[in-house]
Design a protein around this ligand. Structure first.
Ligand code: ADP
Ligand code: 5GP
Length: 204
């Protein structure tokens, strides 16, 4: 149970590339506008229709390393050969005004963020099978063959960290998976907004 002084909830959604993180997170944000997506920094090139400042803050390796040296990141990691990170200022601005935050980051970042912010909770999304995961990666048609194969290899590694997450959900049918995600989010909101402050008052 956390302290009443802690404001917003930090919800971390992890899982192998192609499992459906973006699809599910977008839906959750549409239904709950106070849940703000954390825009990460990355050194990877924009994909498809991605825009700087909306999907990621795209930057050079040099600029990213400068930010690391300034201590600007709440977490950062190398994923699939590129650097990704969450700026401390991004988190503080959003939770400072009482909003909740949604993170689409990898297991290394999840671990760092949970260490930095005690109100962070993590969910691992699992595909129903590796065959289906590959089908989804190919259906997205945004990555080359070698990128897809590298991401499938990394999927097993990501899922082997199962034990370090607070929850795991299978994204089999999109609607069913969304209902499970929504249930977890609503339960966590209760914990942050009502149970923790109530308990603090009851125990005063
Ligand atoms: P991620 O953000 O985890 O990389 P996406 O949300 O981009 O994954 O999903 C990858 C592809 O799989 C997209 O084309 C998306 O429409 C599709 N997809 C996501 N969830 C499902 C699902 N439950 N069933 C079928 N296709 C799905
Ligand atoms: P993509 O290149 O497909 O957008 O993302 C690749 C992986 O990087 C995904 O697993 C995604 O969750 C992860 N990722 C995106 N942003 C961050 C971040 O800020 N920090 C960390 N640690 N991982 C991130």
């Amino acid at each position: 149970m956390q302290s009443a002084s802690v404001k917003g909830l930090l919800l971390i959604v992890c899982g192998p590339s192609g499992v459906g993180k973006s699809s599910l997170c977008q839906r959750l944000r549409q239904e709950f506008p106070r849940l703000k997506l954390s825009i990460s920094c990355t050194t990877r090139a924009p994909r498809g229709q991605e825009q700087d400042g909306t999907h990621y803050h795209f930057m050079s390796d040099e600029a990213f390393v400068d930010l690391i040296n300034q201590g600007a990141f709440a977490e950062h990691a190398k994923v699939h050969g590129n650097r990704y990170g969450t700026l401390r200022s991004t988190v503080e601005e959003i939770i400072g005004v009482g909003n909740d935050m949604l993170f689409d980051i990898d297991y290394q970042g999840a671990r760092q963020l949970k260490a930095a912010f005690p109100q962070a909770r993590s969910i691992l999304l699992l595909p129903p099978s590796i065959t289906e995961l590959e089908r989804r990666l190919r259906s997205r048609a945004t990555d080359d063959d070698d990128v897809i194969l590298r991401r499938l290899d990394a999927a097993r590694h990501e899922m082997s960290h199962y034990g370090s997450f607070d929850f795991a959900l299978v994204n089999d049918d999109l609607d069913a998976a969304y209902q499970r995600l929504k249930t977890v989010y609503q339960a966590l909101q209760q914990e942050v907004r009502y149970h923790a402050p109530l308990l603090e008052r009851l125990l005063e």
